[in-house]
Design a protein. Structure first.
Length: 105
């Protein structure tokens, strides 16, 4: 059996890859291709580093609250997506009583 192992990149490597995008102006796809990694990984590193930087000036209580709010936000977005996909069982509103004219119903 061929088991895949996840590559580990050190923090310095991640920071350098993100700097190429944020400070040097390269596209994520270009950096990913040149470094031999997927673009989604660099996007995630960029997001993580920005989150770390924004959290550095927060106190521990604020960081905990921010973490809870982000989790709640994620859950609410997921619920909203589920509700968007929900299709009504009939074309009319469920709360409305159908009105039949001329003895149709």
């Amino acid at each position: 059996m061929n088991k895949r192992t996840r590559k580990k990149y050190d923090q310095e490597f991640k920071q350098e890859a993100v700097k190429l995008v944020t400070e040097q102006g390269y596209k994520i796809s270009e950096v990913a291709r040149n470094m031999g990694i997927q673009a989604g990984i660099i996007s995630r590193w960029k997001r993580e580093l920005q989150t770390q930087r924004s959290g550095e000036h927060l106190g521990l209580d604020q960081q905990a609250e921010l973490r809870l709010l982000r989790e709640e936000n994620r859950r609410l977005r997921m619920e909203r997506e589920i509700l968007k996909k929900r299709q009504p069982s009939s074309p009319t509103n469920r709360n409305e009583i159908p009105v039949y004219l001329d003895g149709e119903g």
